[in-house]
Design a protein around this ligand. Structure first.
Ligand code: CTP
Ligand code: CA
Length: 236
Protein backbone atom coordinates (compact mmCIF):
# COMPACT_ATOMS: atom_id res chain seq x y z
CA UNK A 1 0.00 0.00 0.00
CA UNK A 2 2.92 2.34 0.64
CA UNK A 3 3.83 2.63 -3.04
CA UNK A 4 0.24 3.52 -3.89
CA UNK A 5 0.41 6.63 -1.74
CA UNK A 6 3.47 8.17 -3.36
CA UNK A 7 3.49 10.39 -6.48
CA UNK A 8 2.29 8.29 -9.41
CA UNK A 9 -0.36 6.55 -7.32
CA UNK A 10 -3.01 7.72 -9.80
CA UNK A 11 -1.19 6.39 -12.88
CA UNK A 12 -3.72 5.56 -15.58
CA UNK A 13 -6.70 6.53 -13.43
CA UNK A 14 -9.34 8.44 -15.40
CA UNK A 15 -10.56 11.43 -13.46
CA UNK A 16 -13.19 14.06 -14.15
CA UNK A 17 -13.23 17.19 -11.97
CA UNK A 18 -15.81 19.97 -12.14
CA UNK A 19 -14.71 23.37 -10.89
CA UNK A 20 -15.77 27.01 -10.78
CA UNK A 21 -19.28 28.36 -10.48
CA UNK A 22 -22.28 28.10 -12.76
CA UNK A 23 -24.06 31.16 -14.13
CA UNK A 24 -27.80 31.00 -14.63
CA UNK A 25 -28.90 33.46 -17.32
CA UNK A 26 -31.59 36.04 -16.59
CA UNK A 27 -31.31 37.91 -19.90
CA UNK A 28 -28.50 38.31 -22.48
CA UNK A 29 -26.45 40.51 -20.13
CA UNK A 30 -27.24 39.21 -16.61
CA UNK A 31 -26.95 36.04 -14.58
CA UNK A 32 -27.25 34.53 -11.11
CA UNK A 33 -23.83 33.39 -9.97
CA UNK A 34 -21.63 32.69 -6.98
CA UNK A 35 -18.16 33.54 -5.74
CA UNK A 36 -16.37 30.29 -6.57
CA UNK A 37 -13.01 31.02 -8.23
CA UNK A 38 -12.41 27.40 -9.26
CA UNK A 39 -9.01 27.38 -7.51
CA UNK A 40 -9.64 24.27 -5.39
CA UNK A 41 -10.94 22.30 -8.37
CA UNK A 42 -8.03 23.41 -10.56
CA UNK A 43 -5.61 22.37 -7.81
CA UNK A 44 -7.34 18.97 -7.67
CA UNK A 45 -6.97 18.57 -11.45
CA UNK A 46 -3.30 19.64 -11.41
CA UNK A 47 -2.46 17.38 -8.48
CA UNK A 48 -4.19 14.38 -10.10
CA UNK A 49 -2.30 14.94 -13.37
CA UNK A 50 0.99 15.25 -11.48
CA UNK A 51 0.26 11.88 -9.88
CA UNK A 52 -0.33 10.20 -13.24
CA UNK A 53 -4.09 10.54 -13.83
CA UNK A 54 -5.81 11.32 -17.14
CA UNK A 55 -7.89 14.36 -16.22
CA UNK A 56 -10.92 16.09 -17.69
CA UNK A 57 -11.55 19.47 -16.07
CA UNK A 58 -15.11 20.69 -16.55
CA UNK A 59 -14.68 24.42 -16.07
CA UNK A 60 -17.51 26.77 -15.13
CA UNK A 61 -16.37 30.37 -15.54
CA UNK A 62 -12.82 30.05 -14.25
CA UNK A 63 -10.61 33.04 -15.03
CA UNK A 64 -7.63 32.60 -17.33
CA UNK A 65 -5.01 33.11 -14.64
CA UNK A 66 -6.55 30.45 -12.38
CA UNK A 67 -7.03 28.08 -15.33
CA UNK A 68 -3.37 28.52 -16.28
CA UNK A 69 -2.48 26.27 -13.34
CA UNK A 70 -4.27 23.43 -15.11
CA UNK A 71 -1.96 23.56 -18.12
CA UNK A 72 -0.70 19.98 -18.35
CA UNK A 73 -0.55 17.46 -21.22
CA UNK A 74 -2.86 15.10 -19.28
CA UNK A 75 -5.55 17.71 -18.57
CA UNK A 76 -8.34 18.32 -21.07
CA UNK A 77 -10.58 21.32 -20.38
CA UNK A 78 -14.32 21.33 -21.14
CA UNK A 79 -15.94 24.75 -20.62
CA UNK A 80 -19.57 24.98 -19.45
CA UNK A 81 -21.98 27.80 -18.53
CA UNK A 82 -25.16 27.11 -16.59
CA UNK A 83 -25.98 24.19 -14.27
CA UNK A 84 -27.81 22.36 -17.08
CA UNK A 85 -24.65 22.47 -19.27
CA UNK A 86 -22.57 21.26 -16.36
CA UNK A 87 -24.99 18.37 -15.76
CA UNK A 88 -24.79 17.35 -19.42
CA UNK A 89 -20.97 17.52 -19.51
CA UNK A 90 -20.55 15.64 -16.22
CA UNK A 91 -22.99 12.90 -17.25
CA UNK A 92 -21.11 12.40 -20.52
CA UNK A 93 -17.58 12.59 -19.07
CA UNK A 94 -18.44 10.36 -16.10
CA UNK A 95 -19.21 7.47 -18.44
CA UNK A 96 -15.50 6.90 -18.90
CA UNK A 97 -14.20 8.05 -15.50
CA UNK A 98 -12.91 6.03 -12.57
CA UNK A 99 -13.22 8.96 -10.18
CA UNK A 100 -15.75 11.79 -10.42
CA UNK A 101 -15.04 14.90 -8.36
CA UNK A 102 -17.79 17.51 -8.13
CA UNK A 103 -15.98 20.60 -6.84
CA UNK A 104 -18.02 23.14 -8.81
CA UNK A 105 -20.39 25.48 -7.02
CA UNK A 106 -23.71 24.79 -8.71
CA UNK A 107 -26.57 27.29 -8.58
CA UNK A 108 -29.37 25.66 -6.59
CA UNK A 109 -31.99 27.59 -8.60
CA UNK A 110 -32.33 29.14 -12.04
CA UNK A 111 -34.74 31.73 -13.41
CA UNK A 112 -37.90 30.09 -14.77
CA UNK A 113 -37.85 32.45 -17.72
CA UNK A 114 -34.81 33.62 -19.63
CA UNK A 115 -35.63 36.87 -21.39
CA UNK A 116 -34.48 36.99 -25.03
CA UNK A 117 -34.11 40.75 -24.69
CA UNK A 118 -32.43 42.75 -21.96
CA UNK A 119 -34.80 43.63 -19.12
CA UNK A 120 -35.24 47.39 -18.96
CA UNK A 121 -36.56 49.92 -16.46
CA UNK A 122 -38.89 51.37 -19.08
CA UNK A 123 -42.07 49.75 -17.81
CA UNK A 124 -41.43 51.00 -14.24
CA UNK A 125 -41.58 48.85 -11.10
CA UNK A 126 -39.08 46.31 -9.76
CA UNK A 127 -38.90 43.00 -11.61
CA UNK A 128 -39.60 39.75 -9.78
CA UNK A 129 -37.47 36.82 -10.88
CA UNK A 130 -39.21 33.46 -10.38
CA UNK A 131 -36.83 30.61 -9.66
CA UNK A 132 -36.98 26.85 -10.15
CA UNK A 133 -34.68 24.28 -8.53
CA UNK A 134 -31.80 22.81 -10.52
CA UNK A 135 -31.11 19.08 -10.65
CA UNK A 136 -28.74 17.83 -7.93
CA UNK A 137 -25.99 16.78 -10.33
CA UNK A 138 -23.71 14.94 -7.90
CA UNK A 139 -26.66 12.98 -6.49
CA UNK A 140 -27.60 11.89 -10.02
CA UNK A 141 -23.98 10.94 -10.80
CA UNK A 142 -23.75 8.93 -7.56
CA UNK A 143 -27.04 7.15 -8.28
CA UNK A 144 -25.82 6.20 -11.78
CA UNK A 145 -22.26 5.22 -10.88
CA UNK A 146 -20.66 2.06 -12.21
CA UNK A 147 -19.19 -0.59 -9.90
CA UNK A 148 -15.76 0.59 -8.80
CA UNK A 149 -16.40 4.20 -9.76
CA UNK A 150 -15.84 6.65 -6.92
CA UNK A 151 -17.94 9.83 -6.60
CA UNK A 152 -16.62 12.73 -4.53
CA UNK A 153 -18.77 15.67 -3.46
CA UNK A 154 -18.03 18.93 -1.71
CA UNK A 155 -20.04 20.76 0.91
CA UNK A 156 -19.78 24.48 1.52
CA UNK A 157 -20.98 25.27 5.02
CA UNK A 158 -21.27 28.41 7.15
CA UNK A 159 -21.87 26.71 10.53
CA UNK A 160 -22.07 27.95 14.12
CA UNK A 161 -19.48 25.42 15.20
CA UNK A 162 -17.55 22.36 14.02
CA UNK A 163 -20.05 19.84 15.42
CA UNK A 164 -22.88 21.43 13.45
CA UNK A 165 -20.69 21.53 10.34
CA UNK A 166 -19.87 17.80 10.48
CA UNK A 167 -23.48 16.87 11.27
CA UNK A 168 -24.74 18.87 8.29
CA UNK A 169 -22.02 17.38 6.10
CA UNK A 170 -22.85 13.80 7.07
CA UNK A 171 -26.51 14.44 6.27
CA UNK A 172 -25.50 15.83 2.90
CA UNK A 173 -23.22 12.87 2.18
CA UNK A 174 -26.05 10.45 2.89
CA UNK A 175 -28.68 12.36 0.92
CA UNK A 176 -26.44 12.62 -2.13
CA UNK A 177 -25.07 9.09 -1.86
CA UNK A 178 -21.45 10.15 -2.50
CA UNK A 179 -18.52 7.97 -1.39
CA UNK A 180 -16.34 10.83 -0.19
CA UNK A 181 -17.45 14.28 0.94
CA UNK A 182 -15.03 17.17 1.34
CA UNK A 183 -16.34 19.69 3.84
CA UNK A 184 -15.33 23.26 3.33
CA UNK A 185 -16.09 25.94 5.90
CA UNK A 186 -16.77 29.12 3.99
CA UNK A 187 -17.46 32.70 5.00
CA UNK A 188 -17.01 36.20 3.72
CA UNK A 189 -13.24 35.84 4.13
CA UNK A 190 -12.79 32.07 4.05
CA UNK A 191 -12.89 29.42 1.34
CA UNK A 192 -14.31 31.17 -1.71
CA UNK A 193 -11.93 33.37 -3.69
CA UNK A 194 -9.15 32.79 -1.17
CA UNK A 195 -5.83 31.12 -1.88
CA UNK A 196 -5.79 29.02 1.30
CA UNK A 197 -8.37 26.49 2.36
CA UNK A 198 -9.26 24.17 5.24
CA UNK A 199 -11.29 20.98 4.85
CA UNK A 200 -12.46 17.84 6.59
CA UNK A 201 -12.68 14.72 4.45
CA UNK A 202 -15.45 12.20 5.16
CA UNK A 203 -15.09 8.68 3.82
CA UNK A 204 -17.84 6.08 3.31
CA UNK A 205 -20.25 5.96 6.25
CA UNK A 206 -19.30 9.50 7.28
CA UNK A 207 -16.05 8.49 8.99
CA UNK A 208 -13.44 11.24 9.24
CA UNK A 209 -10.85 10.03 6.76
CA UNK A 210 -8.64 13.11 6.87
CA UNK A 211 -8.33 16.84 7.37
CA UNK A 212 -6.11 19.39 5.70
CA UNK A 213 -5.41 23.09 5.63
CA UNK A 214 -3.03 25.37 3.79
CA UNK A 215 -2.64 26.05 0.10
CA UNK A 216 -5.36 24.67 -2.17
CA UNK A 217 -2.68 22.43 -3.75
CA UNK A 218 -1.79 20.99 -0.32
CA UNK A 219 -5.47 20.42 0.38
CA UNK A 220 -5.79 18.76 -3.05
CA UNK A 221 -2.89 16.41 -2.21
CA UNK A 222 -4.63 15.34 1.02
CA UNK A 223 -7.93 14.76 -0.80
CA UNK A 224 -6.25 12.57 -3.45
CA UNK A 225 -4.51 10.68 -0.66
CA UNK A 226 -7.89 9.72 0.80
CA UNK A 227 -9.35 8.94 -2.65
CA UNK A 228 -6.37 6.74 -3.58
CA UNK A 229 -6.84 4.81 -0.32
CA UNK A 230 -10.56 4.40 -1.01
CA UNK A 231 -9.86 3.12 -4.50
CA UNK A 232 -7.46 0.56 -3.13
CA UNK A 233 -10.15 -0.59 -0.71
CA UNK A 234 -12.81 -0.55 -3.44
CA UNK A 235 -10.77 -2.63 -5.86
CA UNK A 236 -9.48 -5.22 -3.44
N1 CTP B 1 -24.33 20.08 -6.17
C1 CTP B 1 -24.78 19.52 -7.37
N2 CTP B 1 -25.92 19.99 -7.95
C2 CTP B 1 -26.63 20.98 -7.37
C3 CTP B 1 -26.19 21.55 -6.14
C4 CTP B 1 -25.03 21.07 -5.57
O1 CTP B 1 -24.13 18.61 -7.89
N3 CTP B 1 -27.75 21.41 -7.96
C5 CTP B 1 -23.12 19.51 -5.57
C6 CTP B 1 -21.94 20.46 -5.39
O2 CTP B 1 -21.11 20.46 -6.54
C7 CTP B 1 -21.23 19.85 -4.21
C8 CTP B 1 -22.37 19.26 -3.38
O3 CTP B 1 -23.46 19.10 -4.26
O4 CTP B 1 -20.38 18.79 -4.58
C9 CTP B 1 -22.81 20.09 -2.20
O5 CTP B 1 -23.15 21.39 -2.56
P1 CTP B 1 -23.83 22.33 -1.48
O6 CTP B 1 -24.23 23.60 -2.12
O7 CTP B 1 -22.93 22.38 -0.27
O8 CTP B 1 -25.12 21.46 -1.07
P2 CTP B 1 -26.65 21.57 -1.38
O9 CTP B 1 -27.17 20.18 -1.48
O10 CTP B 1 -26.92 22.45 -2.54
O11 CTP B 1 -27.25 22.18 -0.04
P3 CTP B 1 -27.32 23.69 0.51
O12 CTP B 1 -26.80 24.62 -0.56
O13 CTP B 1 -28.76 23.88 0.83
O14 CTP B 1 -26.45 23.69 1.75
CA1 CA C 1 -26.17 24.59 -2.76
Amino acid sequence: AQALLTPGDLAGVRVVVSAGGTREPIDPVRFLGNRSSGRQGVALAAEAAARGAEVTLVSAHISGDVLAEARHPSIRIVPVGAAADLAEAMTRESEVADVVVMAAAVADYRPVQVSERKLTKEGGGVPAIDLIENEDIVASLAAARRPGQLVVGFAAETPEDQAEMLARARGKQQRKGVDVLVVNEVGWERGFESVENAVHILGPGGVEAGAASGSKRAVAAAIWGVIAEQRVLNLS
